[in-house]
Write a protein that binds this ligand. Structure first.
Ligand SMILES: *[C@@H]1O[C@H](CO)[C@@H](O)[C@H](O)[C@H]1NC(C)=O
Ligand SMILES: *[C@@H]1O[C@H](CO)[C@@H](O)[C@H](O)[C@H]1NC(C)=O
Length: 465
């Protein structure tokens, strides 16, 4: 009881007078409650902290109004029967090929460091488990994601609140991190889709917490929420006005305006990113024209790296580009990267996570993807299709078998070289991954690559004229 009042003060930044008043009321309330058993219903009432500390029991109307408002916000995240369930019972879940999510417009109590969510039910007792990461079709990637238990029970079985929050909670896992493509596809864009319309009035609760991930994306998280992302300790119970467990997902680096929540397009997300990082340029036309066009080269240093990167850089310079190599250090500094890519004309890289930085390019810029042996499908669906949805020019340099380091190992007639599709059919994704994703580097044929770079230069020049 008293501890929840303490939290309310912290949150509301009351003027000194208010604090004194609140203190008095707190003391009075504690005295009033002394001896009376802590009724679970009273505790539920406490979940609605009143910002001004003038009275503990807020008007029922106001509470209902807030719940309806929350139902409307959450209602954008579901359709049909699920939306009806949310409207009538205040709770619903959605299971999809790629993600699972549960929404509660009713107060929830979160314990066990975010891994247990208690929801008040009308009598029936049941539980379910949600893995709050949007890649449920990929068991390998889902392995480190700890499931969140959602327990529906009656008021008597709910743990009392230690902390009371005035917003809903949005729970998601940061277990799968370190790869920008997946970070954007499966966390950042889903966060935007799920949370944008809450106008920052929500608190993130991260599970499988990775503090450096939160630091890396703080520019974006701080724009989606007015509050720090919470790391709940295991011992205490946090009460929220409602909750989202697991995020909405559309597709690889995609926002689909006809999908739920309707209306968001890639263009809006890219604008949101520019605002998050203070990038002023929206379109390549706005780039300073006096300087040479800037080409950012994603410089990989282990798998799928350019074996003749220096020569490749020289060639691009000779063709008139100002080349900037983005290595491991740059790629981990998102703000720097957003600013660098935000004013560059062309992004060049071998198929891989670094190309997700296309998301920061200005409209009309060029993406040049170097497609390694055996990775045509992923190249198309991970980066080519999204690039086009971002209003970028997309070019592709499809390597010949001889340019792959696998060629020397296997020779021209081995199915690994001659027919990668047969490897997939016979041995499955793990074998493909070991060979083509993790097992090859590329020695680019510069005579052939020159044509693609020249085409890129034509596109760049056209956008500058
Ligand atoms: C935490 O996130 C950072 C940033 O994405 C990543 O580089 C790092 O590998 C992650 N750490 C763990 C233990 O997953
Ligand atoms: C190569 O990559 C590793 C991480 O995979 C990084 O720690 C290291 O600094 C990189 N080296 C260079 C020269 O970029």
């Amino acid at each position: 009881m008293c501890s929840s009042l303490t939290i309310m003060w912290k949150e509301s930044k009351l003027p000194v007078l208010g604090v004194v008043a609140c203190l008095l009321i707190g003391v009075l309330l504690c005295i009033a409650l002394l001896g009376s058993k802590d009724s679970p219903f009273l505790s539920w009432g406490n979940q609605f902290p009143n910002r001004w500390g003038d009275n503990d029991a807020r008007e029922v109307d106001e509470v209902n109004e807030e719940r309806d408002a929350l139902k409307n916000l959450l209602g954008r995240l579901v359709t049909g029967e699920e939306r009806n369930q949310l409207q009538s019972g205040g709770f619903t879940c959605h299971f999809d090929q790629h993600f699972e999510t549960c929404l509660s417009a009713n107060p929830v109590r979160i314990s066990n460091g975010g891994l247990t969510v208690h929801v008040l039910s009308d009598g029936s007792k049941f539980e379910r488990s949600i893995r709050p990461y949007a890649r449920r079709d990929d068991e390998r990637m889902m392995k480190p994601v700890t499931p969140v238990q959602i327990l529906h029970g009656d008021a008597a079985n709910l743990p009392p609140c230690d902390f009371v929050h005035s917003t809903p909670a949005v729970i998601f896992s940061t277990a799968v991190t370190g790869n920008a493509f997946h970070e954007f596809s499966e966390i950042i864009i889903p966060l935007f889709l799920t949370c944008r319309h809450f106008r920052s009035q929500l608190k993130f609760v991260t599970t499988d917490r990775n503090a450096s991930w939160i630091q890396k994306y703080s520019g974006i998280l701080n724009r989606l929420s007015d509050y720090e992302a919470l790391n709940l300790d295991h011992g205490s119970v946090h009460c929220f006005r409602g909750a989202v467990v697991g995020l909405r997902y559309h597709d690889n680096l995609a926002l689909n305006p006809s999908d739920v929540p309707a209306g968001y397009i890639m263009h809006e997300f890219r604008q949101f990113l520019r605002e998050s990082y203070g990038v002023k340029i929206k379109n390549v036309h706005e780039i300073e024209k006096l300087q040479k066009p800037v080409l950012i080269l994603i410089s990989r240093n282990h798998t799928r790296k350019f074996l003749n990167e220096d020569a490749l850089v020289e060639q691009a310079q000779e063709l008139g580009f100002q080349v900037v190599r983005a290595g491991y250090d740059t790629v981990s500094n998102l703000e720097l990267l957003a600013k660098m890519c935000g004013s560059c004309n062309i992004l060049v890289g071998v198929h891989g996570a670094g190309l997700s930085n296309e998301i920061f390019l200005p409209d009309g810029a060029v993406v040049l993807q170097v497609v390694p042996l055996g990775l045509d499908w992923a190249s198309t669906y991970y980066f080519a299709v999204p690039a086009i949805a971002m209003d970028l020019h997309y070019l592709e340099y499809k390597t010949e078998t001889k340019e792959s380091s696998l060629f020397e190992v296997y020779g021209p007639d081995d199915p690994v070289i001659a027919d990668p599709a047969s490897i997939y059919a016979a041995k499955g994704y793990e074998a493909v991954r070991a060979l083509y994703v993790d097992g090859q580097n590329l020695k680019i044929n510069l005579d052939r690559f020159k044509y693609t770079l020249e085409e890129a230069m034509r596109l760049v020049r056209r956008s500058l004229s």
